[in-house]
Structures are given as C-alpha cells and as structure tokens.
Design a protein around this ligand. Structure first.
Ligand SMILES: [Fe+2]
Ligand SMILES: [Fe+2]
Length: 198
C-alpha cells in the first residue's frame, strides 16, 4: 500500500490496519526472535561476542516494545477512536485533553528509542550480514532481525507521519468548531448589548 492510500484512510481504518498488520507481527515475532537468540548465543556466543550483545539489546527492546504496544492498544488508540466519534457539541470528551497530546509525544519518544536500539543491532550485525561460515540458524535469525527492523520502520512511519497528524487535524477540527461557536455566542451577546444600549 502506498502512503497516499494510507492518507486516504480515516483514523479508525488506519488503526485497524496497524493493529492487524504491525502489532500482530511484533507480538508473533518476539517469541520467535527470542528462541533464535537463545539458540545462537548458546551455540556461537563464545566465539561471536556480537551475538551476546544483540541478545542483551533485544531483551530490553522487547520489554519496551510490548509495553509501548499495550499503551497504544489500551489507551491511545481507544482515545483516538473516541475523538473520531464525538460531535462538536459533545462536552464529555475534551479533544484537546493533555493526556492525548502527552501520550502522542511519549509514543514518538519511544519510537525513537526503539529505532536507536535497532540501529545498534544493525551495526553490530554488520547490516544483518551473517559471516561466511554461519550456520543455518544464524542466517535465518539475521534475516528475521532484518525483517523485524523493516517492519518496525513502516509501523512507526504510519503512526508518526500519518496517524498522529490525522489526530492533530481531528483535534483542530473539533476545537476549531468550538471556537467558532464560542465567537458566534460572543457576537450574539454583543448585539444584545447593542440593542439594550441604543
Ligand atoms: Fe504501534
Ligand atoms: Fe507506536
């Protein structure tokens, strides 16, 4: 799918796409990568310190990523879906609520951190290129790591560059309408005042 196709989606469809494709992918890949990592460290960790370093980085990354995804699924995404549903007269939900904006800032920060860790793994693994006599497991492991990195790049691109700007637009639209109605009210009050004075 192209960026313009993603841009044409509303927030609800885009969130569904991200959940079904990227969140599911992360959750199913982590146990697979953990198994690979354990295996290659036990077979070749003595000879290749890189494998031990990668295993340590992955361990931290997976903890962070799973908690990140949980925050998106349980807090941020439901909030965004609420924003899409509310009308301009809905007083229950504050579209500009600090929690939404702070959460988005926090998510972007966590994205950067995850990409930094994957950047280090990419360097340590020499761009995911297994050494000449690497075993089949190591070759499959590096290929999976590369795929995982590429998937996360696209996942983060969809959130940072397409979904979050859409949310900002939604917030602007909702608060903009509020401002209009407020200024109409104010205008009404002023003309009432005019009538009273003259
Ligand atoms: Fe996500
Ligand atoms: Fe995210």
């Amino acid at each position: 799918m192209t960026d313009s196709q993603f841009n044409d989606m509303n927030a609800h469809s885009l969130i569904t796409y991200i959940l079904e494709n990227h969140h599911t992918y992360v959750k199913s890949s982590i146990p697979m990568l953990e198994q690979f990592s354990k295996k290659v460290v036990s077979y070749h960790g003595g000879e290749y310190d890189e494998l031990v370093k990668i295993a340590a980085l992955l361990k931290g990354l997976f903890v962070e990523l799973l908690s990140h995804i949980e925050k998106e699924e349980n807090i941020l995404f439901p909030n965004i879906l609420d924003l899409q549903k509310i009308g301009k007269d809905d007083k229950e939900i504050n579209p500009k609520s600090e929690s939404n904006q702070n959460l988005i800032i926090a998510m972007i920060y966590e994205h950067e951190n995850a990409l930094k860790v994957l950047g280090s793994i990419k360097n340590i693994s020499n761009d995911y290129a297994p050494w000449g006599n690497a075993c089949k497991t190591t070759i499959a492991y590096f290929a999976k790591l590369k795929e995982f990195h590429e998937d996360l790049l696209q996942h983060i691109h969809l959130e940072n560059d397409i979904l979050f700007p859409k949310v900002e637009e939604l917030i602007k639209e909702l608060t903009g309408k509020d401002k209009d109605s407020e200024s109409n009210e104010l205008r009404g009050e002023l003309s009432d005042l005019d009538d009273e004075l003259f």
